[in-house]
Ligand binder design. Structure first.
Ligand code: GLA
Length: 551
């Protein structure tokens, strides 16, 4: 969580603007609710010195359409006469406020060199100089890197975004490796920047293998682009595993026309577990846009994003232009719920406990925007949601505890996310029995990697077992020459990997066993095993007879 000036100021940034943003975050209490990063985006670069070390644009800079020259990031001198690089001075200031500092780089040219007429962004990128640049960023106090592809790897002329993921990967892997070698805890945010949104945008790539967060869609701007981010991140829900988040871009809360739209932006970013960076103008927001500021400071909504279960919400019900979104929270029986009305008319919406994987009977409902308890309801809750708005609820109900030895297909699932289809029970995608390498099975889950399922064990179980592998559907439907569909099966307990397979190919299977003693929530994750184009297709990941032994 933090702030990034790009959406509002694009290239027109300098030291005063960025340090002023740090002041405003603190003055308006946004740091207190969790907005801790101040991230410098594009247009800070000046070039490289004779040793190849980056330096900042010293300014002042005259840009087309701007009458006053922009103060940029001049180097400074401390009281002992030592030079302080301009960006380090900015970082020092941000960190003196108790905040953290993020920066932007690209492999070759920055995007602003192309789109914003910023010539100093040409050729200033980090490709081939990753170690030097990471060392420089660390010396400036940076702990968050946004690495933006822009047109690195272009093959044609202009901006054609055609390269395959195989062409793009080396740039991002090289930076990942440099971060690894630096032994820093640099948060690594990427934008692969293929053409399109969601799955198509990713061109079959697998960013969780190399980055902490990756952009799911083209740049955010108006309300339609907010909805595009939501749809794209939803398509990619299976990729959101511990340590990796789908990046829905900087928020436009405060820049959108109307608090209803601001609520949709804020509420959906929170419940979908996106990084939350404020991209709007926060200067004097308490006077100029106090209701948007209140939306940004709503700690009960933010708590959905920070919840220790760390899960991306999924759509559990669709009706016309309305969607019920939900995710489990770490506390037993608690659910985060968003009732999203995308139509322009007020619409009555209902959330049923059964859609939330909660037992029938009484459930308590709290409206988190207004921070008020709505009372106890039986089996469901209905409310009229204004046109283009989102009601955000915390619902607390009953979960049926696991006892004895149980095959998980016969128990209440807590959460499931499957990017391509729904999770199937006891059946493969083409309607046949689940089968691994010629052997058919009666019980199990058929998923499409990347996928995730969660079950609440509540510390009452000791052992998990399953047979895993890629379903024979791949053999029925795909020639061996395709070779796609590599999967890594992982068993997680409360944020730790308890057991995992090697990268598995078609016609391989493995027995997985894990000690789940003391585990509150069990996660079964099928990750894509490779980076190749179209890696995601035909990765039919089966969990056969997944069994827990409980008290
Ligand atoms: C791309 C990114 C934006 C921003 C600009 C900077 O468009 O997607 O978020 O960083 O580059 O030029």
């Amino acid at each position: 969580m933090g702030y990034n000036a790009w959406n509002t100021f694009r290239c027109n940034v300098g030291k005063d603007l960025i340090t002023g943003a740090a002041d405003e975050l603190v003055r308006q209490g946004l740091d207190k609710v969790g907005f801790e990063y101040v991230n410098l985006d594009d247009c800070w670069m000046g070039g490289r010195d004779r040793k190849g070390v980056l330096y900042s644009n010293q300014g002042p800079e005259q840009r087309p359409g701007i009458t006053n020259p922009i103060q940029k990031f001049p180097d400074e001198t401390d009281s002992a006469g030592n030079k302080i690089p301009g960006i380090k001075a900015v970082g020092n200031y941000i960190r003196s406020k108790g905040l953290k500092f993020g920066i932007y780089s690209s492999p070759i040219n920055t995007c602003a060199a192309y789109w914003d007429n910023y010539p100093l962004g040409n050729g200033v990128g980090s490709s081939g100089k990753e170690d030097t640049d990471i060392a420089t960023f660390i010396s400036w106090g940076v702990s968050y890197l946004k690495y933006d592809r822009c047109n690195a790897g272009e093959t044609g002329s202009g901006w054609n975004k055609s390269p395959s993921s195989a062409v793009i990967y080396p740039y991002f892997l090289a930076m990942r490796d440099a971060i690894g070698r630096s032994n820093s805890n640099m948060f690594y945010s990427t934008n692969l920047d293929f053409n399109g949104n969601g799955l198509a945008h990713w061109n079959g790539s697998n960013p969780p293998l190399f980055t902490n967060t990756s952009r799911v869609a083209a740049d955010i701007s108006d309300f339609n682009s907010v909805i595009a981010q939501i749809n794209a991140a939803d398509q990619l829900k299976g990729f959101a595993v511990p340590g990796y988040w789908n990046d829905m871009d900087m928020m436009q809360v405060g820049n959108l026309p109307g608090d209803n739209l601001n609520r949709i932006n804020m509420g959906m970013w929170a419940i979908m577990n996106s990084p939350m960076l404020i991209g709007s103008d926060i200067r004097n927001m308490d006077q100029k846009n106090p209701t948007a500021l209140e939306i940004l400071r709503n700690e009960e909504v933010i708590a959905f994003n920070k919840d220790p279960l760390n899960t991306q919400a999924v759509v559990v019900k669709v009706s016309g232009n309305t969607q019920v979104w939900a995710k489990p929270l770490f506390a037993r029986g608690e659910r985060a719920v968003a009732l999203l009305n995308k139509s322009t008319s007020p619409t009555s919406m209902t959330v049923r406990w059964s859609d939330l994987h909660l037992a029938a009977g009484e459930g308590k409902v709290r409206d988190v925007w207004s921070r008020t308890d709505k009372g106890a309801y039986t089996d469901s809750y209905s409310v009229t949601v204004p046109g283009r708005d989102v009601v955000m609820l915390k619902i607390t109900g009953a979960e049926i505890p696991l006892t004895g030895t149980k095959v998980l297909t016969a128990t209440d699932i807590l959460y499931k996310a499957n990017s391509y289809n729904d999770v199937r029970t006891d059946i493969s995608g083409d309607g046949k029995k689940l089968a691994l390498n010629g052997v058919a099975y009666d019980q199990g889950f058929g998923t499409d990697a990347p996928s995730q399922m969660q079950f609440r064990l509540d510390g009452a179980c000791s052992k998990f077992t399953a047979k895993v592998g890629i379903d024979d559907q791949i053999i029925r439907q795909q020639p061996a020459s395709n070779g796609f569909g590599q999967v890594v099966f992982q068993v997680w307990g409360d944020g730790r990997i308890l057991a995992e397979t090697d990268v598995m190919n078609r016609q391989q299977s493995a027995d997985l066993q894990a000690d789940v003693t003391g585990v509150t929530v069990l996660r079964l994750i099928a990750r894509l095993g490779n980076n190749r184009d179209n890696a995601q297709y035909y990765a039919y990941a089966d969990w056969i007879t997944p069994t827990v032994t409980c008290q």
